[in-house]
Design a protein around this ligand. Structure first.
Ligand code: AGP
Length: 619
């Protein structure tokens, strides 16, 4: 996934574009660049590396002028990270510049055709091919074009008709210095509407400092944007639908504030974001939950006899928690699939199967493909999503927004707890349509209402978690164990650690260790065991003993007031007393903080870990 930004107005474009790219850097950060127009002169700067390492120093040495420009921060798909492969890319004339998020699948064939027409390319990217193609059409439109529309818009339109693939793009031309052309298909692009200025961007975090009025462009939309106006047409058969929306968060939500990393800020936001996920959705009177956007009636949901959940990464872990919740509360069979597997597995789905996709970004290509496959087969698809107006949110038949605000840290934290909160409410809602008793429903709601304050209590353990992390930050192998609904929590704790500290970590069902993985236990391999009080507590203690017998350090999480584990485990972390089905919302907190502090102690880039991007919009 990459981030693109465009600006046309009265202010100097370069500083504003740079600030916008910083907001989008979580989408990809292996290179970055900006192009601006000063009258009819197009100039660009681009450099490999993160913005602070490459583009910013370059702009300081050689500033760009002009009040119109485009920018890009890259997560490499075609061509390795390098100065040459960084965007923007220009056409053969050097008078048209393009920034692009997506994949042009037929770029090889297009490149070959252009090479035969004596074009020369400076990069290995598909985007440069697109820039040259736009340039060819621009030259051909010297005559015979529609006088009512800009020549650049028509050139982009003609070029995109030859393209197979996905794009969110912004294009400028030195021959039309007052406008930017934007287009999207399969990659997000929004229009930010200012006073005497307008912006284009991959998502709202890059424009919210300037305006909260936005237009979420649709697939096949083509936008022609000037400082005082915009026009949207459609490449497809349908006419463009322009709807002006309000961004639901303020500029400060996209700022890091006093925190050293976005990830820590987002971990500490969780009491508030869980409250946001609960807000307006608890019905104590009926001991159930309320949702506004399911677009499915109670009768529709009553008829559902199976649920398939498709997601990736952390969202997949949330889905596994949801499986336990829905099966326990609603006695509905649930299967949780990796979205990347679901779309090709051709699973047997009967007509009353409901498909639920879970995604923070709403742009994950595998999850989007799973949604489209389910819809192609005629199944209703609900989306649990955090980004309003995202592709998945728009294509689902209904859904539930997380209201967690922008999640910038690549490692997902607040989105996970918001997803699990919403899944708990959704499972309760389904259960109360079926066999879940009012008293049990009320007990779960009461437990949920306490979670934000209990999370606040857990966050107060931050210093203790940092000290604990210091004792194990040099270890190379970690294991995370949990039973039943806490097995996915173990998986999520392992993923947090491995993706930001590059330490090998695995999650297992606690009882599974003796079927092989326990062979890996050594005094050097810390084992985090989730052992809350409940009906499997004693069984989990047995697993803890098995691990201790191999001298592996045990970091045990248990319910506050426990008196047994202090004598059995190397370290003990206490979690406030809660319902067994709301424990995941609490148990994950120490694991998030442990991963965060180990990564910081290991000198890792917590917010922008190597090789990763916030949302993977390629398959
Ligand atoms: C989680 O920390 C990772 N960043 C990654 O696994 C992520 O959860 C996954 O790519 C799914 O993203 P989504 O929720 O935006 O679809």
């Amino acid at each position: 996934m990459c981030g693109i930004v465009g600006y046309v107005g009265k202010q100097p474009a370069a500083p504003l574009l740079l600030a916008g790219l910083r907001r989008l850097e979580y989408r990809g950060y292996d290179s970055a660049g900006i192009a601006t127009l000063e009258h009819d002169r197009l100039d660009l700067r681009k450099r490999q590396g993160k913005i602070d390492e490459g583009l910013h120093p370059l702009l300081t040495q050689a500033p760009l002028t002009g009040s119109l420009g485009i920018g890009h921060t890259r997560w490499a798909t075609h061509g390795p990270p390098s100065d040459a492969n960084a965007h923007p890319h220009t056409d053969a004339s050097g008078r048209i510049a393009v920034v692009h998020n997506g994949v042009i699948e037929n770029h090889d064939r297009l490149r070959q055709r252009l090479l035969e027409a004596r074009h020369r390319f400076l990069s290995a990217t598909d985007t440069e091919v697109l820039a040259h193609l736009i340039g060819v059409h621009y030259a051909q439109l010297a005559t015979g074009r529609d006088p009512a529309r800009s020549r650049l818009t028509q050139a982009v339109e003609r070029a995109l008709r030859e393209v197979i693939g996905t794009y969110g793009l912004a294009v400028i031309s030195a021959d039309e210095p007052g406008l930017i052309v934007g287009a999207r298909r399969g990659s997000p692009l929004i229009l930010g509407l200012g006073q005497g200025e307008n912006l284009l961007a991959s998502d709202a975090t890059a424009v919210v400092a300037h305006t909260r009025q936005v237009v979420y462009l649709n697939d096949y939309d083509l936008a022609t944007v000037t400082a005082d106006n915009f026009q949207v047409t459609s490449l497809g058969t349908q006419t463009a639908r322009v709807q002006i929306s309000e961004i639901e968060f303020g500029a400060e939500a996209a700022e890091r504030g006093a925190f050293p990393h976005y990830m820590l800020k987002e971990i500490f936001e969780q009491p508030a974001t869980i409250e946001n996920a609960l807000r307006g959705r608890i019905d104590l009177e009926e001991a159930t939950a309320r949702f506004g956007g399911l677009n499915l009636s109670a009768a529709d949901l009553r008829a559902v006899d199976r649920i398939v959940i498709a997601a990736c990464g952390t969202s997949w872990h949330a889905g596994l928690v949801g499986e336990h919740l829905i099966e326990a509360f609603a006695h509905l069979p649930v299967e949780v699939e990796y979205a990347s597997e679901f779309r090709y597995r051709n699973p047997p789905l009967d007509k009353h199967t409901l498909v639920l996709v879970i995604t923070q970004s709403g742009e994950t290509a595998d999850t989007l493909a799973a949604l489209r496959e389910a819809k192609r087969r005629g199944h209703p698809v609900l989306a649990l999503c955090n980004v309003v107006g995202s592709t998945i949110a728009r294509e689902a038949d209904g859904g539930i927004y997380l209201h967690a605000g922008p999640e910038i840290g690549v490692a997902s934290t607040k989105a996970f707890t918001s997803q699990v909160t919403v899944l708990t409410l959704f499972a309760l809602f389904l259960g109360r349509l079926r066999t879940l008793s009012p008293s049990r429903g009320l007990a779960v709601l009461r437990a949920l209402e306490q979670v934000p304050d209990q999370v606040r209590q857990l966050l107060a353990q931050n210093d203790a978690l940092r000290d604990l992390a210091a004792r194990y930050a040099d270890r190379r192998d970690f294991y995370f164990l949990g039973r039943q609904i806490n097995f996915p929590v173990a998986l999520e704790g392992a993923l947090k650690l491995k993706e930001i500290s590059y330490v090998h970590a695995e999650g297992y069902p606690a009882a599974e260790m003796k079927h092989g993985p326990i062979a890996l236990m050594t005094p050097e391999s810390p084992c985090v065991i989730l052992a809350p009080h409940g009906f499997l507590y004693e069984k989990t203690l047995s697993n803890l003993e098995e691990v201790r017998a191999r001298q592996a350090p045990v970091i045990a999480l248990t319910t506050e007031g426990d008196t047994a584990l202090a004598a059995k485990a190397t370290e003990v972390l206490y979690v406030p007393r809660t319902d067994e089905f709301t424990f995941p919302l609490l148990g994950i907190l120490p694991l998030q903080l442990l991963a965060y502090h180990i990564a910081v102690l290991r000198g890792c880039d917590v917010d922008k870990p190597r090789n990763l991007a916030k949302s993977v919009t390629v398959e």
